[in-house]
Ligand binder design. Structure first.
Ligand code: GDP
Length: 512
């Protein structure tokens, strides 16, 4: 039986409490043994490979993963939640962007003591690009934090959003007493049974006077929750809580169930695909290679957009390749992962394959549509790859192609010369590249400055393109898929050539 879906991502800056919150969400959702797996996953990671060490050293999560849990509500029935984890670090905003293409909403976690940080802001902008509505969770209110008004104003100012406080912390730090639900007037207290969120712990509360005033001001001073404004991405409801002390978490699940959008129609050609359509369709938003170091297989993560997927079903990637029989899909259900052999729109399916499936691929029964809107971003850092052992050229090429497919880094093969160039949006992607080259491909390589600063995909008439490329051969390259790329020494140069060649377009993104 299908139940309503809420497919959402958690975004936050490192250390805001995303991992802790994820565990508590899973516990509150009844997926207790899966919460154990969050830890198990941590242990596996340690064993996996070098680049995972980067995660550990820096306390960031580089990879995104999927966790599914269910929760029964008295009035709503059972709801299935698909939680997609995202890398917290801004260097991986490209990865986050792709994950956000697969969700219908997001939860933004903010540390009450730190407020909105530059990284959070960048992640938020990624959400906005994709019109993903956001619920804000202000975490760590059990500690001394910034004044609540200041925090709310900061969210509103920095993100140009209306904020609607849904709850209010009664004191912070040492004075902390609990969180007041502004709608019902109930207070959840840390020592109360906050997991039993459908009945508020304390409903007949007289607030200490100075908090009563604060709450009155808050209600007068901020927007009221408006479901439509939230879904349009113009307003964020704000909840306060503590992931560590486990309160406010149940209220967050409740908010997701009540307000977060169900699976939405997805942009596609020739027409958007509604979740109600009969045909099974989906798109690959992430490919993860070498999840198991003993097997060189890859998992393609597909978001199901329409139809009822059944194990063994044949799906065809649009535009390339033969139908693939999906015999061993990985479904991320918490309770019964062995018997879950059906999936519904909004669900994520892991499809093991040997490199046939790529990020951005559309999969469907009839191969007659194509999902749109999964771009590559123009890299902000370019480096020349210097191979330490020249006999490893073939392995290096394979590795660079694989990483480009996975979206770890982009690769550019210049028309002249054999200095391959990698491009990234953030520095950490380069570190991941180098350690994975060594750990997984046994290729020792270094990075050297490239004579270029950024890249643009060039498009236009074949004749115009050729004329341009012929005159700029030293700056022309091909990406992983053979698309022509102009490597520029500076942003200024792009402006300059764009003026001189008005018939050629210089694109900062490319649809995959
Ligand atoms: P992530 O990097 O966003 O995944 O953050 P973690 O979940 O790893 O949390 C970072 C640190 O903050 C850890 O030491 C947590 O124990 C701590 N932490 C998380 N939530 C809370 C909270 O609500 N209150 C307090 N005091 N500490 C918290």
């Amino acid at each position: 039986m299908t139940s309503p879906r809420r497919t959402f991502a958690i975004i936050s800056h490192p250390d805001a409490g995303k991992t802790t919150l994820t565990e508590k969400l899973l516990v509150a959702g009844g997926a207790i043994h899966l919460a154990g797996e969050v830890k198990a996953r941590g242990a596996n990671r340690r064993a996996r490979s070098d680049w995972m060490k980067i995660e550990q050293q820096r306390g960031i999560s580089v990879t995104s993963s999927v966790m599914t849990f269910e929760r029964a509500f008295d009035d709503l029935g059972v709801i299935t939640f698909n939680l997609l984890d995202t890398p917290g670090h801004e260097d991986f905003s490209e990865d986050t962007y792709r994950t956000l293409t697969a969700v219908d909403s997001a939860v933004m976690v903010i540390d009450a003591a730190r407020g909105i940080e530059a990284q959070t802001r960048k992640l938020f902008e990624v959400c906005r690009l994709r019109s993903v509505p956001i619920i804000t969770f202000v975490n760590k209110v059990d500690r001394e934090g910034r004044p609540v008004f200041e925090l709310l104003d900061e969210i509103a100012d920095m993100l140009a959003l209306d904020v609607a406080p849904m709850s209010w912390p009664i004191g912070m730090g040492g004075e902390f007493e609990g969180v007041l639900d502004l709608e019902t007037g109930g207070v959840s207290r840390p020592e109360g049974d906050s997991r039993n969120f459908q009945g508020k712990v304390d409903t007949d509360v007289t607030l200490p006077e100075r908090f009563a005033e604060e709450v009155e001001l808050a209600q007068a001073g901020y927007a009221e929750f408006d479901a439509e404004a939230y879904r349009n991405g113009d307003l964020t409801p704000v909840y306060f809580g503590s992931a560590l002390k486990d309160f406010g978490v149940a209220e967050l699940i409740d908010a997701l169930a009540r307000h977060a959008p169900a699976p939405r129609p997805q942009p596609a050609e020739p027409a958007p695909i509604a979740p109600e359509a009969d045909e099974v369709t989906g798109f690959v938003f992430k490919v993860q290679a070498n999840m198991d170091p003993n097997h060189r297989d890859r998992i393609a993560f597909m978001r199901l957009c329409s139809g009822t997927f059944k194990r063994g079903m044949k799906l065809t990637p649009t535009g390339h390749g033969k139908p693939i029989a999906v015999h061993s899909p990985i479904l991320f259900f918490a309770q019964n992962r062995e018997v879950a052999d059906e999936a519904f729109p909004g669900d994520i399916i892991g499809i093991p394959n040997h490199g046939t499936l790529r990020v951005g691929d559309t999969l469907s029964e009839r191969a007659d549509i194509r999902f749109t809107g999964l771009p590559n971003f123009a890299p902000e850092i370019l480096r020349r790859v210097a191979l330490k052992d020249p006999t490893k050229t073939k392995q290096l090429r394979k590795a660079l192609d694989d990483m480009a497919e996975e979206g770890v880094t982009q690769v550019f093969y210049p028309e002249i010369g054999s200095n391959w160039i990698v491009g990234v949006v953030g520095q950490l992607q380069l570190e991941v590249l180098i350690s994975r080259l060594e750990a997984e491909y046994k290729v020792a390589a270094g990075l050297e400055p490239a004579p270029f600063d950024t890249a643009r995909w060039v498009t236009g008439d074949a004749g115009d393109l050729k004329a341009f490329a012929d005159l700029n051969r030293g700056a022309m390259a091909k990406d992983r898929d053979g698309n022509p790329v102009f490597l520029a020494k500076s942003a200024w140069e792009i402006g300059y050539v764009a003026d001189r060649y008005p018939k050629v377009r210089f694109n900062a993104t490319r649809e995959r």
